[in-house]
Write a protein that binds this ligand. Structure first.
Ligand SMILES: Nc1ncnc2c1ncn2[C@@H]1O[C@H](COP(=O)(O)OP(=O)(O)OP(=O)(O)O)[C@@H](O)[C@H]1O
Length: 437
């Protein structure tokens, strides 16, 4: 019988913000965590507990993590050790890996990175999750849907990342609707669109007479969100002075209206989103590290549309239905060439671009069938390549199998059934045609 995996962590880390967000996140995953805030405390915990993994920062108030680990590594037996280094101090980690540590992480990093490392150690592999139909039947979107359902039940801050137009705000709204806060307001703030000098009074509100022109008391976004969700979009664009105020809001869950003496409680949950590389911003000093750790207790990544071909088809159909109803006309269909063109496109503007293209096609054409040229006007038809009959047959077969795999979310058994062949035949055909599962 294989031993039960020891899902527990000893964290030796003196930074209260990083430590707290890691402990919170690990607990959320059901992983028992001991937190030593100094080298001495870490050593005591190591001798009294039996952690399944040790995560140790290199700079500790009462000594260096390197000294601690060099001394203790011979004693930890097979327990994996992950070293946390400051940005740009990788050589120290390399020395420790030579001395027996198993891996390292460079600061700043969101808690998810640590979880991924944990999973990478074989005994940490999480129990297999049941396959369920999510929003699209594709593994990455199923995972997003599952994460949203799970996170809707807790109150942790969430940072949603992904390219522009992938649906970060849609994900944040879904998180809001799935949880207990659904009846309360969802207040979205575009941190990049509001001028820096107005953002404070817009975010926290102001008292009457707080500044010239403040004729009335004004409720800010934090107050208007009540017990709902305060969604901070484009958080990476927030100016430094406001970052400090937001940190206070998150830490103390209190805020003052501009010109107000009374501290008001923050009742809303904070969900932030960014399409920038926030870790890089932290490393270059334009985004506060402590604020980053507070916001990114859980990071959810929404993949780009080009990695979700089944969503291209599903969303295109739903936008056709949406605009047909908005324009009060019968639901058009997509020609075969239009479907192919949608799947071949790289979608730099993601779902927003798809929505715009479908809307424009329906404005330009009131035919019952939408053609590729309606979706991609001005695009040159590719000249027909010269192919042998055998190669043309292979190309058509390859395209068709790929499309059916997309339609059935990559599930071989269902795809084979729809194609009227056995699973073995499908596997063989895919191998011959160079199609990846
Ligand atoms: N799953 C979806 N279903 C229907 N519409 C969607 C979906 N995802 C995104 N959209 C639509 O695509 C557009 C962009 O979505 P959204 O604003 O959520 O993206 P975003 O990632 O927050 O973009 P940005 O980074 O530019 O703020 C919106 O019009 C939204 O309604």
């Amino acid at each position: 019988m294989s031993p039960t995996p020891n899902r527990s962590v000893l964290l030796i880390e003196d930074d209260p913000v990083l430590g707290e967000s890691l402990v919170q996140r690990l607990n959320l995953e059901g992983i028992r965590t001991w937190w030593g805030r100094s080298a001495a405390e870490g050593e005591r915990l190591l001798r009294t507990q039996k952690p399944g993994l040790i995560v140790c920062d290199m700079r500790l108030p009462d000594g260096s993590g390197e000294e601690l680990l060099t001394r203790l590594l011979p004693e930890v037996g097979g327990t994996p050790v992950v070293v946390v280094t400051a940005f740009g101090e990788v050589d120290q980690a390399v020395r420790l890996i030579r001395a027996g540590a198993d891996d390292y992480i460079e600061k700043p990093f969101p808690p998810q990175v640590l979880l991924d490392k944990l999973r990478a150690f074989a005994e940490w592999s999480p129990p297999a999750e049941p396959q369920r139909e999510g929003s699209s039947g594709q593994p990455n979107m199923q995972k997003l849907e599952r994460d949203l359902e799970r996170l809707a039940r807790v109150d942790t801050n969430v940072l949603i990342t992904g390219e522009s137009g992938v649906g970060k705000e849609v994900a944040a709204r879904r998180l809001h609707e799935l949880g207990d806060r659904a009846e309360a307001p969802f207040v979205a703030v575009n941190c990049a669109a509001i001028p820096a000098e107005l953002l404070e009074s817009e975010m926290f509100g102001h008292e009457r007479g707080a500044f010239t022109g403040a004729a009335q008391r004004h409720e800010g976004f934090a107050e208007r969100a009540r017990g709902g969700t305060l969604f901070l979009d484009e958080i990476g664009e927030m100016a430094a002075p406001l970052q400090a105020k937001l940190l206070r809001l998150i830490q103390e869950r209190r805020f003052n209206r501009v010109g107000g003496r009374e501290a008001l409680p923050l009742k809303a949950r904070i969900v932030a989103a960014t399409n920038l590389d926030l870790e890089a911003r932290v490393a270059e000093g334009s985004f506060r590290e402590d604020l980053y750790y507070r916001l990114a207790v859980v990071t959810l990544h929404v993949p780009p549309l080009r990695e979700r071909p089944a969503d291209v088809e599903r969303l295109a159909q739903s936008f056709l239905a949406h605009f047909a109803s908005a324009f009060r006309r019968p639901l058009p269909t997509l020609s075969r060439a239009a479907q192919d063109a949608l799947l071949a496109h790289k979608w730099p503007g993601n779902v927003r671009e798809l929505k715009n293209r479908v809307e424009r096609a329906m404005v330009l054409s009131d035919a019952a069938v939408i053609e590729a040229s309606d979706l991609f006007p001005g695009r040159q038809e590719a000249p027909t390549p010269v192919l042998s009959l055998a190669d043309a047959r292979d190309a058509a077969e390859r395209d068709h199998i790929r499309r059916m795999l997309v339609r059935f979310g990559g599930r071989i058994a269902e795809t084979a059934q729809a194609l009227g062949v056995s699973r073995t035949t499908l596997w063989e055909r895919m191998k011959r045609l160079g199609i990846e599962a």
